[in-house]
Design a protein around this ligand. Structure first.
Ligand code: SAM
Length: 263
């Protein structure tokens, strides 16, 4: 059970389930395609080696001293945590990691940034996308960054894990990328920080960039951040998948917001 997915969010989840739509009645071919091939589809290539690694990590009692870089877990604020607890409480669900991988392949996204590598599980899904993207992932905690690197190496996947605070590393990664195709903002879940990273990333986005924001219903603060982001004038399309929100900057289309069912 993914604790960060359920604790304290039951009301928001019930409201989401009541309102979430499926592909019927989707008039936009772009959104229909996303629903058909990316969001509603469970036909991802099985990432068995990554899931085998996750199973091992979930059982791990290895203890790590974690530096708290921002709001990220409801479960434990203590500095020492087991790898198993971290895998349970912080990593994105397999369904979300696989969905992001399908998104990358469906839209041919090539330059990716993940904010919050944690143990590197979603990093691995992104790195394993068929289009073999250039992937930069940022993690503040040194022991987690080292583990993420080690996991990618063991899986034979290519991604750069940068260690340091987002605010220090993100500007140089953005400069290096020039333009970015996907940013997965999955750490430091406060309204202020989320809006700040959005402002930092925006100048490097183009019409086809996708911004994925994790844990949009995780707290009132994050709900507010999500409302503000999707109302931003630059955003033309927003999709609420409950565990994650997707923002698109496509030009020449009317501004639309969707709440869609995602496994
Ligand atoms: C929710 S976890 C990321 C999960 C990962 N994306 C996955 O799906 O497996 C968030 C991570 O971001 C890191 N983090 C949070 N705030 C940060 C900050 N301001 N700078 C650097 N790292 C940060 C935390 O240490 C944590 O490992």
């Amino acid at each position: 059970m993914y604790l960060r997915a359920v604790t304290g969010m039951i009301g928001s989840y019930l409201s989401y389930r009541l309102r979430a739509g499926n592909r019927h009645g989707l008039h936009s071919p772009f959104v229909y395609g996303l629903m058909d091939k990316v969001i509603g589809s469970s036909g991802a290539r099985a990432e068995e080696p990554i899931e085998a690694l996750r199973t091992t990590l979930l059982k791990s009692t290895k203890r790590l001293q974690i530096d708290d870089y921002g709001a990220g877990s409801r479960v434990s604020k203590s500095a020492e945590r087991t790898v198993g607890e971290i895998a349970r409480s912080s990593a994105s669900r397999p369904a979300d990691a696989a969905m992001l991988q399908r998104l990358v392949d469906h839209l041919g996204l090539r330059k990716l940034i993940e904010l919050g590598s944690n143990l590197g599980l979603t990093t691995a899904y992104l790195a394993a996308a068929a289009c073999r993207p250039e992937l930069h992932s940022i993690e503040g905690d040194a022991s987690l960054a080292a583990m993420a690197r080690e996991h990618l190496r063991a899986l034979g996947l290519d991604a750069t894990v940068h260690q340091g605070a987002f605010k220090h590393i993100l500007p140089e990664v953005l400069e290096r990328c020039g333009q970015v195709d996907l940013v997965y903002l999955d750490g430091h879940h406060t309204r202020e920080a989320t809006l700040g990273y959005y402002a930092q990333v925006l100048p490097y986005c183009h019409d086809d960039t996708v911004l994925a924001v994790g844990d949009i219903h995780w707290s009132k603060d994050m709900e507010m951040a999500w409302q503000e982001l999707r109302q931003d004038a630059q955003v033309s399309l927003s999709i609420d998948l409950f565990y994650m929100g997707l923002l698109f900057f496509r030009k020449g289309v009317p501004k639309q917001h969707f709440i869609l069912k995602h496994p």
